[in-house]
Design a protein around this ligand. Structure first.
Ligand code: HEC
Ligand code: HEC
Length: 471
């Protein structure tokens, strides 16, 4: 592992928080494929409680209302795996947020990290803090520039400082906590060729930005993106590398054909052409769509519907209300309200045990692959497929997935009139049988890595071991 990756891995797994009890890996746990590994939370609250569970009123900033107190965010942790990676010296995946008319995703915006894309890929780069031409860090430019982008921006955003996440008060505090460890000082020096120092605000700001680059480097590494799922192995070992693959069951192969055919999943969950045989397929178009997920009233504080990409467009200075968007078919009012990033489907079924519940979609409303696939098939309650299954719109008061399934109904979408809602068009009325739904689920389960990322072992200093102080 390269020193920059080793530093990033430590930063990811150590409890760098106030109090020191939460790491990136708390919310992006390897044994659930980079998302939360507490079943009961996934089942109800979904959002993960931050390092300090109870914010006390005296912590309020001046003028802040008590009612804004929250100890958890309002979204499901998406996986941090297969977001972007470097494979055999080739960078794959996430690019900066593109809004051009004919970008890599055609007329759709794409790129950027977070459910709404706000880690747009330029943020760390624009700090100009990473490479200093006057010291050894400047010599790293040629090697590390590939790590600048949405993943670094995401870490810079930053979970370390977010009061509902790792809750550090300042970059100085983050820098100091890392500086107080043997791994922090040593790995930082190995990675950057300069000492980690947190004496001033400026020094801490530099270190903090470089931590973000290191986090990106590890998250882009082969350690975090293994490409060794049942599907990958079957594909590599297949005689002609075409589906049906000898190494998959009939049901799994059937699921593949549906995914790339009548079920239309590959319209969005596809990064490398239409037939699904690319070894590095990521199962996402890196773009943003509204698929009509119902509102999750069980999130802490029952936040208002999440408007997704729309908020990022506003923050980038575009005015979606004034038809400011550069692509005519979508220059309708509020075109991207409710559009969320298409997540990768790799490791979507990775879980610690059989009875373990994972939550799906940005607000975690769905609790199983079976139910989200059934939703794609029948969510257009006016459609023929819904009629065949007897699925209707839920009456008021039926809001959870459990109650909806029990009553054979779907609640209305979180944002009912989202202009780009795919229900009734691309999704929602797929005409699949129950057997075909099961085949798609079986196929999704072949995308689970066969080995799991391991947390780093307790750190051994690379130089002379330090004397352990007794307490
Ligand atoms: C308290 C839980 C929590 C912690 C701690 C946390 N995250 Fe996250 N992470 C989330 C949530 C929730 C989101 C989605 C937020 C959004 O989209 O606005 C997210 C989003 C991300 C994404 C974006 C993935 C994508 O496809 O767009 C990455 C990458 C990521 N986190 C990495 C990290 C790193 C690195 C750290 C540590 C520095 C970290 N996270 C700490 C909960 C957490
Ligand atoms: C129009 C684009 C589109 C199509 C078509 C589509 N998806 Fe999705 N998919 C998305 C988006 C966008 C999300 C996230 C939605 C949200 O969070 O609001 C998503 C979420 C998911 C998730 C949840 C993943 C997670 O980590 O939370 C699964 C599983 C999934 N899709 C599977 C499928 C399958 C299977 C099909 C075909 C039956 C399909 N999708 C068709 C865009 C699409």
């Amino acid at each position: 592992m390269q020193p920059i990756e080793a530093l990033g891995k430590r930063l990811f797994f150590e409890n760098i928080s106030d109090p020191s009890r939460m790491s990136c890996a708390t919310c992006h746990a390897p044994n659930t494929g980079g998302t939360y590994n507490v079943s009961g939370v996934n089942l109800h609250q979904v959002a993960v409680t931050g390092a300090r569970p109870h914010l006390r009123p005296k912590d309020l900033a001046e003028g802040e209302e008590k009612t804004t107190l929250k100890n958890a965010g309002g979204l499901k942790p998406p996986t941090n795996q297969y977001v972007s990676f470097i494979h055999e010296n080739e960078a794959k995946g996430l690019k900066s947020l593109q809004l051009a008319r004919l970008g890599p995703c055609g007329i759709f915006p794409c790129g950027g990290a977070f459910w709404n894309g706000r880690a747009n890929g330029d943020i760390v780069q624009n700090t100009n803090l990473i490479f200093n031409a006057n010291d050894a860090s400047g010599q790293k430019k040629g090697f590390y520039t590939k790590y600048l982008g949405p993943l670094a921006d995401q870490a810079f955003a930053s979970p370390f400082l977010n009061p509902v996440e790792q809750n550090h008060k300042s970059k100085e505090d983050v820098c100091s906590q890392v500086e107080s460890t043997a791994w922090g000082k040593e790995l930082y020096y190995l990675a950057w060729g300069v000492d980690l120092t947190c004496q001033s605000e400026a020094e801490s700001a530099t270190a903090f930005a470089r931590f973000a680059v290191a986090l990106a480097a590890w998250q882009m590494s082969e350690d975090n993106n293994r490409f060794n799922s049942k599907r990958d192995i079957a594909l590599a070992e297949d005689d002609n590398q075409q589906f049906p693959l000898n190494g998959l069951t009939d049901l799994e192969n059937e699921g593949h054909d549906l995914f790339y055919g009548p079920a239309r999943c590959s319209i969005c969950h596809n990064s490398n052409g239409a037939n699904g045989t690319h070894p590095l397929e990521r199962y996402t178009d890196d773009s943003y769509h509204a698929i009509g997920v119902p509102r999750n009233y069980e999130l802490p504080g029952s936040p208002l519907p999440d408007i997704g990409l729309h908020s990022t467009l506003i923050n980038l200075g575009l005015n979606p209300d004034a038809n400011d968007l550069p692509f005519p078919p979508f220059s309708v009012q509020n075109a991207f309200v409710g559009a969320h990033k298409t997540p990768t489907l790799r490791n979507v079924d990775l879980r610690p045990g059989k009875g373990f519940t994972k939550a799906y979609a940005h607000n975690g409303w769905f609790k199983s692959l079976e139910s989200i696939v059934h939703f794609y098939n029948t969510s257009d309650v006016a459609g023929e497929t819904a009629a065949l299954f007897g699925v209707v719109r839920c009456p008021d008061g039926i809001v959870t997935e459990k109650d909806a399934l029990a009553n054979n109904c779907w609640p209305e979408p979180e944002i009912p009139n989202a202009p780009l809602l795919t229900i009734g068009g691309v999704t929602g009325d797929l005409g699949l049988t129950a057997h075909q739904e099961a085949a798609i689920v079986a196929y999704l389960k072949t995308l689970t890595d066969t080995t799991i990322v391991e947390a780093p072992k307790p750190y051994k200093t690379s130089s002379k071991p330090q004397k352990q102080g007794k307490k």
